[in-house]
Design a protein around this ligand. Structure first.
Ligand SMILES: C[S@@+](CC[C@H](N)C(=O)[O-])C[C@H]1O[C@@H](n2cnc3c(N)ncnc32)[C@H](O)[C@@H]1O
Length: 257
């Protein structure tokens, strides 16, 4: 259960995203006066975020378009022994409130989702509507500028140019993602299309793909060193925009629910 945030999954791994979610869950628990915090994980897949959150005592609903992902979620839920706290619903984010209703959750996750949906404006509007007034949306999205740098680093200069020139930030017609976002675009989307108020922006994986494996392998303190480094740059404005994934906590205005 989330208490002082000292133990459990929310403290380990100790990434900036985990820290932000821990803060958000503690605040939601306080608002709920001890009642279960309601989490909606949209595009939650096989439960990488949902299952540990349930293990922390949250009541989690996973909405995902893929029956295969939901089947995998079922296995993970049983393995973790959190069947009573996790519900799985097949559905599309673009019609989310048809399946979960309005103001359904204190915290709504959309991690790895906005880059794969058809109508991203409709998606964020639905995410906001499913959030209780005063609650928060946590968005984790593939970063456009990191992708351009990664393509150039791999010697694919045409693809790097395409990621920068294409309004959707795609490297070409075979790009598996529908879009990548800059931090400014992500913020603009959540504020203008969803009416949310962005409270926190941070980078997840600024150094991802840049450090030679040998650096980590040869240094026993390497992983910790990297975690510490990432934790510094996650909040460094000049660098966070270059992260592999961009993370935002955005609040739905209104009375605290
Ligand atoms: C990259 S996975 C992310 C999984 C998980 N959120 C995570 O961070 O590990 C994207 C998930 O979104 C789901 N998805 C794709 N389009 C969707 C849509 N329109 N509505 C709901 N889920 C969707 C996919 O089935 C997949 O499980």
């Amino acid at each position: 259960m989330v208490s002082g945030g000292e133990s459990g999954w929310l403290a380990e791994p100790d990434s900036a995203v985990h820290r932000a979610l821990r803060t958000e869950l503690l605040a939601a628990r306080e608002r709920r006066a001890g009642a279960e915090v309601r989490v909606l994980d949209v595009g939650g897949g096989s439960g990488a975020w949902a299952v540990p959150m349930a293990a922390e005592g949250c009541r989690v609903t996973v909405v995902d378009a893929s029956p295969n992902a939901l089947a995998a979620l079922g296995g993970r839920v049983r393995e973790a022994g959190v069947e009573d706290l996790v519900s799985a619903v097949q559905g599309d984010v673009q019609t989310l409130t048809d399946v979960v209703g309005e103001s359904a959750a204190d915290l709504v996750l959309c991690h790895g989702l906005l880059e794969v949906v058809d109508d991203v404006g409709a998606a964020v509007a639905q995410l906001a509507a499913a959030t209780v007034p005063g609650g928060a949306v946590s968005a984790l999205v593939a970063g456009r500028h990191a992708a351009a740098l990664a393509q150039a680093h791999a010697g694919r200069l045409a693809q790097a140019r395409a990621v920068l020139a294409d309004p959707a930030g795609r490297s070409g017609p075979h790009d598996p993602l529908q879009r990548r976002l800059s931090m400014a675009a992500l913020q603009g989307l959540l504020e203008s299309a969803a009416g949310l108020s962005v409270e926190l922006v941070q980078g997840d994986g600024v150094f991802e793909g840049w450090l030679p494996a040998a650096v980590l392998e040869s240094d026993p303190g390497g992983p910790d060193g990297l975690e510490e480094l990432e934790s510094i740059v996650a909040a460094t404005p000049e660098l966070l925009v270059l992260a592999a994934r961009l993370h935002v906590i955005a609040r739905r205005p209104g009375a605290l629910g």
